[in-house]
Design a protein around this ligand. Structure first.
Ligand code: NAP
Length: 342
């Protein structure tokens, strides 16, 4: 059984189980998580869903020994949902790229593991890729604990960005609703403000001594981009977005470099978005594959990175549309909607 998108609605359908090719595996899915991309960008007739966690049940014919997985391994990862007829996470079985898969440490459940991949990989690309923010990456640390603004700390992207920035030695200022301020501090933020506060820019400038030169906008709607660009200190700096840039935003500060990042580039092939074709950059794939292979499972096992809070949604694949509606209505708050599969 799988979830296919038809006229913006997810339908449960029976389809043949995909056959893994070279450097691919077949995973029996145990848990899936919803991301905004699942309902924002899905084409009719395709299988939906990016984040999955489950058990390897089949290995494709030829495998790169660097990513050797075995039948029975507990794994999680991402696929480019909503574009392929035979590949998407919201299914009983998913065909996955072995290199974009990570082994789940014993201490982490399938439900916790499935909250991690899209959020953390977006951050790794946005924060550490040399063509993006190019920040110092743990175990190296930046000297003198400079401030960084992670706007939208209670989003999934923000949840991991705060933790990763703190590990890299930054002092983090972030934004969230008051009910999430305690969590933001526990994740490592030094200061947190309500994004609905009309004085938010002044408060960020006051607490940081007007020293903001690096901003990751983990929300990236027009209103957040506006706050972010105004928060920069004298001399400007670099603003990284996870959505498209608002058309006028660059004009507001000539001394700020504005960039957008897109996780889809990890799949190593060109992709379409909003009618435009984007080329895949092999370096993007190399960076994320290396992180999954050498770092992520270890950091989760050691507790250096915490998965998100799991909001278990009952009813399995049949209830995905309810989960989409909950998210579209803006009711997801510092948590991941997770569905368990039998
Ligand atoms: N570029 C990429 O590759 C990529 C990858 C992943 C996601 N994204 C994009 O990144 C964005 C975030 O995705 P996500 O999955 O991380 O989000 P999410 O977890 O679904 O976001 C929910 C959170 O948004 C917060 N929020 C709502 N309005 C806000 C505002 N005006 N300012 C700040 N925070 C606000 C809420 O905070 P409170 O509950 O505290 O109010 C809530 O915790 C989406 O637009 C998504 O499409 C892009």
């Amino acid at each position: 059984m799988t979830i296919r998108i038809q006229n913006r609605t997810a339908l449960v359908q029976q389809v043949p189980v995909a056959i893994p090719g070279d450097n691919e595996i077949l995973v029996q899915v145990k848990a899936i998580a919803i991301n905004p991309t699942d309902w924002k960008r899905a084409y009719a007739g395709t299988i939906c869903g990016a984040d999955y966690a489950g058990e390897v049940v089949k290995i494709g014919p030829r495998q790169d020994p660097n990513f050797s997985l075995r039948v029975g391994d507990r794994v999680a990862g991402i696929v480019h949902g909503g574009v392929h007829k035979d590949q998407g996470a919201f299914a009983e079985y998913v065909k996955a790229d072995a290199a974009i898969t990570w082994r789940i440490p014993d201490s982490i459940s399938y439900e916790e593991a499935v909250t991690v991949s899209v959020g953390v990989l977006t951050c790794i690309q946005a924060m550490f890729h040399p063509k993006r923010l190019g920040l110092v990456q743990y175990p190296s640390q930046v000297p003198n604990q400079p401030w960084i603004l992670v706007y939208g700390g209670s989003t999934a992207v923000g949840h991991f960005a705060i933790q990763l920035a703190r590990l890299s030695g930054f002092s983090v200022v972030t934004t969230a609703s008051p009910r999430n301020h305690g969590l933001m501090r526990r994740l490592g933020a030094k200061a947190v403000f309500n994004y609905r506060d009309p004085n938010i820019v002044k408060k960020i400038k006051d607490v940081t001594g007007d020293s903001i030169h690096i901003v990751l906008d983990a929300y990236s709607e027009e209103e957040s981009q506006l706050i972010c660009i105004k928060a920069f200190g004298p001399g400007g700096g670099r603003l990284m977005l996870v959505q498209h840039e608002a058309p006028y935003i660059r004009r507001l500060r000539k001394d700020v470099t504005v960039q957008s990042t897109m996780l889809y580039s990890v799949f190593g092939r060109p992709y379409m978005m909003m009618g435009k074709t984007y080329e895949a950059d092999p370096a993007d794939r190399v960076q994320l594959v290396e992180y999954l292979r050498t770092t992520l499972p270890d950091h989760l096992r050691r507790g250096l990175l915490r998965p998100m809070k799991v909001h278990l949604w009952e009813g399995g694949l049949e209830n995905i549309n309810d989960g989409f509606q909950h998210m579209i209505q803006g009711r997801v708050s510092a948590e991941k909607l997770v569905f368990r599969l039998p």
